[in-house]
Design a protein around this ligand. Structure first.
Ligand code: ZN
Length: 310
């Protein structure tokens, strides 16, 4: 049994979709019988985050001991450094990045128990479903733009000074966002319109009048940004899964950076279009923003890059 001393090396921030590695452990986890969690030294798979589960896990294939095993799910695991005591998901008591813990990518597969014994130390080939990754990345990149766009659209509704976003606009998103979920080509942000937002100085009474046109306003702003084809990248403070990662986008008005654990397009040219629907609950206390994303085919923007570089 290996004792964990290091985080899993995560290559998804750089956009990797495949790689080779060695199995460090196979753990039984709280999933239907027959399923195991495979932990390797390094992986391109993006796991579901246990604290802010906005982007679903990658799926794909692990080739192990001559078997092609579908990766059915992928979750964050953690073990106190120097132990083999792996916890997954909501059972993890530590905050991500806590240095006393090793942060691990756990690939959930169906594995014959007899094979599990032999797997530790074996070489593996890991391949992520690239189409699903691209569609999740597109939704995630659009979701970030949507946050900046709603901040800009509602900037005039603040009666007091409030913390600004990375573009210098009053940060409605930071004050009001309570949930964010992503799926392939779709994002859904939920904002709480309540007493604390009013106390922070937001004109909640003025909001209902702007909601009917807000979707079109967001679409227009996001379309202006995607037309710039600004480069997007995810930078990491270190190679391990627990390292802090930052989404960076070089918009004409300046480079914007926000903390982000997910995956993204390589530039805004990958976004072919976004349709945004905004609704306010009858009680006026919940604002939902749902974006549906259209993408250029995988590799289209890479080809565009190649043309530019010639
Ligand atoms: Zn993000």
């Amino acid at each position: 049994m290996n004792l964990f001393e290091h985080d899993t090396v995560a290559t998804f921030p750089a956009g990797c979709l495949d790689g080779s590695s060695t199995v460090l452990a196979v753990v039984g986890i709280d999933v239907p019988a027959g399923r195991h969690g495979v932990i390797v030294a390094g992986t391109p798979f993006h796991p579901l985050d246990h604290r802010w589960p906005d982007q679903p896990a990658d799926t794909g294939i692990i080739e192990l001991l001559g078997h092609r095993l579908p990766v059915l799910d992928c979750v964050v695991g953690a073990a106190p450094r120097g132990t083999a005591d792996v916890l997954v998901g909501s059972a993890i008591p530590a905050r991500r990045g806590d240095d006393a813990w090793c942060w691990l990518v756990v690939h959930v597969v169906e594995l014959d128990p007899s094979l599990a014994t032999w797997a530790v130390g074996a070489s593996v080939r890991l391949t992520v479903d690239g189409k699903r990754r691209w569609d999740l990345s597109g939704a995630h990149t659009a979701c970030h733009l949507s946050g900046f766009a709603i901040n800009a659209a509602l900037a005039g509704y603040w009666r007091k000074p409030v913390a600004a976003d990375a573009l210098g606009t009053p940060d409605f998103e930071r004050q009001a966002l309570v949930a964010s979920s992503l799926s392939e080509l779709r994002y859904h942000d939920t904002y709480r319109i309540g007493r604390s937002l009013r106390k922070a100085g937001f004109d909640t009474d003025g909001l209902p009048s702007v909601v009917p046109s807000l979707g079109v306003t967001l679409e227009k702003r996001m379309c202006d940004w995607t037309a710039t084809a600004a480069p997007v990248r995810v930078t990491a403070a270190g190679p391990g899964l627990g390292s802090i990662r930052t989404w960076t986008c070089d918009l004409p008005s300046g480079t914007v950076r926000v903390p982000c654990g997910g995956t993204h397009l390589t530039d805004l040219a990958g976004l072919a279009g976004v349709r945004v629907e905004v609704s306010l609950s009858a009680a006026g206390d919940v604002l939902d923003v749902v974006g549906t994303v259209e993408l250029h085919p995988v590799g289209a923007s890479a080809r565009a890059d190649a043309r530019v570089s010639r």
